[in-house]
Design a protein. Structure first.
Length: 117
């Protein structure tokens, strides 16, 4: 098991990203900065790219970045997204045993285009 800690601090400088900036990651994927308060998402992408490059059997992302999940589920449930039904089932069963309320949200149908951050 490897743990990738993707940490960021939202500070201002002359090198800060601006709205409309395009960032090209090491894997060639590009994102357009649509929100300058998205440093966590930008750094998380770096960590996921690093983890993916190591060809793992699975990646579990436990980031707490998605305010939309809180809007959808409220304060009582954690959001779970997975493309792997079997893995999602195991995670939900484990969470239930530990009395951790998770709710699976759909992750399919995401178009292969640059992500707006």
């Amino acid at each position: 098991m490897k743990l990738f800690l993707c940490c960021a601090d939202n500070l201002i400088s002359g090198n800060a990203f601006k709205l409309g900036d395009i960032i090209t990651y090491r894997n060639g994927k590009k994102v357009e900065v649509m929100n300058t308060d998205a440093e966590g998402r930008l750094v998380l992408a770096d960590g996921l790219i690093d983890a993916s490059a190591q060809k793992p059997e699975m990646i579990i992302d436990a980031a707490t970045l998605t305010g939309a999940a809180k809007t959808a589920l409220g304060n009582d449930y954690h959001a779970l997204f997975s493309f792997d039904d079997a893995l999602a089932g195991r995670l939900l069963a484990s969470a239930s045993q530990e009395n951790e309320p998770f709710w699976r949200l759909p992750a399919g149908g995401i178009p292969p285009q640059p992500a707006a951050v």
